[in-house]
Design a binder for this molecule. Sequence first.
Ligand code: ADP
Length: 397
Amino acid sequence: MESKKVEETILESEKRFRQFSEISFEGIIIHDYGTIVDANNTIANMLGYELNEIIGKTVLDFAAEESHDLIMKNIGYEKPYELVALRKNGSKFPIEVIAKNVIYKGKSLRVTAIRDITDRIKAEEDLRKAHEELEKRVEERTFELSEINNMLIQEIRERKAIEKILEIQKEELERSNQELEHFAYVASHDLQEPLRMISSYLQLLQKRYIGKLDQDADDFIEFAVSGAKRMQGMLQGLLDYSRIGRKGNSLTETDLNQVIEIAISNLLLSINESGAKILYNTLPTVLADMNQMIRLFQNLINNSIKYKGNENPVILISSQLDDKKWIIKIKDNGIGIDKSNFKRIFTIFQRLHSKSEYPGEGLGLAVCKKIIERHGGKIWVESEPGDGTTFFITIPV
Ligand code: ADP
């Protein structure tokens, strides 16, 4: 009677166990040293079998061969571990298992809970792949960046070397420019004295002996006198030219309207004689050497009058702000200049006409160029023969 009750109690608890195990999401098997004595439908479904096909088989029948050793090793342990399960259709999938010893149907057996970890392994795999991909990308990008960095370092090195060379060349150029300027100054200054002597004695000869020798002698003396005069003019020009850099005043706020007014008043005679009209808009105030600015505008206005066309000269002076500089235009309606001479006319002693056509030494524009460059600006020309000339100058704001 007593043992019947015990048996009933056991049956009752086994029934309860079955009920509980059937609502589990995890597969559960109960085995006796590997031989399955009971299982729930979850594990049967997981493996693709009917429940009754499982009972009586061994756990190794449902594990991939590579996991057999692991299973054997873990018998008796109660820690979770992972292995590969085998479905009825031969496909494999990863599972995690945990086992415990229990008394079942009056025997000491092992109950094992089994979880399909395909999703987790896949997620881990995806994560690992993503991580690897990311690391690969970071590595590639780091490599790219270090390549770029190396290129930049190389470029900086090259630029620095070029800068150094340019710096040396600039110093060398400045030094040789100064030397040249000094040479021109000394030469033109020192040559003036003997030339004055030649010129005055030639003039004395002319005065005393004109008409007393023959015609040839008169002509020769005349040529010598005018040659000496011309040379004096050139030397004076050269001296003036070499003085621009050496003897310039410091740059101060200079009102260009005032500059133009003074230049016009200096040229009043030739302006009146030629009937020239000079128009200018309100011009800016710039940092400049006032006397040199007067000289620059005077040279340009003077040329516009000298190289006038058939009409009376009309000279327009206008200014315009461009980025960090003023552009000043001096436009006339004179004879114009051929494109091929645009560069040449700014060179010292270069002229496009003979002295008998137009007087001059070929210095005016060279002086303008030197003045404007001393002010950090530029000068250039645009023109068409017969259609007037426009000179452009820039002055930093
Ligand atoms: P110069 O007037 O003494 O010859 P410049 O240096 O002032 O010397 O001018 C050089 C040359 O440029 C001149 O010989 C002339 O042919 C040309 N030139 C200068 N200004 C003008 C102008 N406004 N119109 C036409 N030609 C010009």
